[in-house]
Design a protein around this ligand. Structure first.
Ligand SMILES: Nc1nc2c(ncn2[C@@H]2O[C@H](COP(=O)(O)OP(=O)(O)OP(=O)(O)O)[C@@H](O)[C@H]2O)c(=O)[nH]1
Ligand SMILES: [Mg+2]
Length: 395
């Protein structure tokens, strides 16, 4: 099975609490505050890994947690940073939040995107010492890390994608021109999952070509296998439209284009190279007299005999410019172009750990949220909590 979707849940690490401690030395009866800061919580990070083929490594609704930050301790010892949770995904993976908003597009090998940020650490009591408050008996607690449900969708990245009816010879063509060895057979839907192949030019250039399952009438509405996989054509720069010349070429050409137009997402605007295949089966050289602005070139080939294949390969390298259009100075930046980071959550209040319990400063949130935040900081039923001038016990 080829998995191009996954739904997972991620949680970044909580920030470590600040330390509440006072210096103890042999001859100093009561030393100053020396509680160190907590460490930041770990982030949840996605990394695009070129060797991964699909998203099958993820189980449905799998949960991933980054490590929490360590607590600050006495002698100004800072807490350790929580370790990031690094999730490897195939190149071409897009990350969506629950509302369907695109958070990240991991379009390059090695691309890294932080999808959930670790919580900020709390400061130790040393930081709260002032000339008038030399012995602060409280420290700040860490904040929870971000928590998200995510939908991952893999959309293959290829220079060119093969389209056409089942049996047209798409996989045979990929076998001829690339290193890939997809299955070939004389029945429809031999190819049931996308396959990527690498095509080498004599000058050492490389192109990737995607073979996706064949399309039939109604594919854009879910007939056959096509619909599931049409998304993988979206990011191709060029379509290689393969047509069996023993069929009615113009009619087949139009039928596939109707499906592309129905699907939308700009598939019907992609430039096409028409490949008239199986010329060994017809006595006359085939004709293609369709006037269509998208068609850049027409090649007549036989995947059985190899006729016309070298010419087609050369044409492909001509049509796919050597370097993708420059988008940004730094490759890594490209992956962030569509990444709209959520605004950092403002701290409207802080929770301090005191030697008696907890103290809340600033504008506290609604009761239920405050209780949840307090419990996340270690407060239990019966814990003493100061808010402003009031002191109460957690119910
Ligand atoms: N005679 C002849 N047969 C060919 C040629 N190209 C492919 N075939 C045959 O056509 C049949 C279908 O080829 P495939 O490459 O599996 O076709 P496909 O387009 O990948 O088909 P699906 O995966 O089902 O969509 C196989 O039996 C091939 O051997 C050709 O140039 N000449
Ligand atoms: Mg095939």
């Amino acid at each position: 099975m080829f998995h191009d979707r996954a739904r997972i849940h991620v949680q970044a690490g909580r920030g470590g609490d600040g330390g509440l401690s006072f210096r103890r030395e042999k001859h100093v009866p009561k030393g100053g505050p020396d509680g160190g800061d907590g460490g930041p919580g770990g982030d949840v990070v996605f990394v695009a890994e070129p060797d991964l083929r699909d998203l099958s490594a993820f189980r449905p609704n799998q949960r991933f947690k980054a490590e929490r930050g360590g607590s600050g301790r006495g002698a100004l010892k800072h807490g350790a940073s929580g370790e990031d949770a690094e999730l490897q995904v195939p190149v071409g993976t897009q990350v969506f939040d629950e509302a369907g908003q695109l958070l990240a597009d991991l379009a390059h090998p090695g691309a890294r995107v932080v999808v959930a940020r670790g919580g900020a650490p709390g400061r130790g009591n040393k930081r709260f010492a002032t000339p008038t408050r030399q012995a602060p008996r409280f420290a700040e607690t860490g904040l929870p890390g971000e928590k998200l449900s995510l939908d991952l969708r893999l959309k293959l990245l290829a220079d060119a994608a093969l389209v056409g009816f089942p049996n047209a010879g798409k996989s045979s063509l990929l076998r001829r021109i690339s290193n890939a060895k997809p299955k070939v057979a004389d029945y429809p839907f031999t190819t049931i999952a996308p396959v990527l192949g690498t095509v080498d030019s004599p000058e050492g250039r490389q192109l990737t070509v995607a073979d996706v399952p064949g399309l039939i009438e109604g594919a854009s509405e879910g007939v056959g296998l096509g619909h599931e996989f049409l998304a993988h054509l979206e990011r191709a720069r060029l379509l290689l439209h393969v047509i069996d010349v023993s069929e009615d070429v113009a009619e087949r050409f139009a039928a596939i284009n109707r499906e592309l137009a129905h699907y939308g997402a700009g598939l019907d605007e992609l430039p096409q190279v028409v490949v008239l295949n199986k010329i060994d089966l017809v006595p006359e050289p085939p004709r293609f007299d369709v006037d269509d602005g998208r068609v850049l070139r027409v090649y007549a080939v036989s995947c059985a005999t190899g006729a016309g294949i070298e010419e087609l390969k050369r044409g492909l390298f001509d049509l796919c410019p050597a370097a993708p259009p420059p988008v940004a100075e730094d490759d890594a930046l490209v992956d962030f172009l569509v990444y709209r980071p959520r605004p950092r959550r403002e701290r409207t209040y802080r929770i301090f750990r005191t030697d008696r319990g907890f103290r809340v400063e600033g504008t506290p949130p609604a009761e239920a949220e405050l209780e949840e935040a307090l419990r996340a900081c270690g407060a239990r039923t019966g814990s003493e909590v100061e808010v402003g001038d009031e002191t109460f016990e957690l119910a």
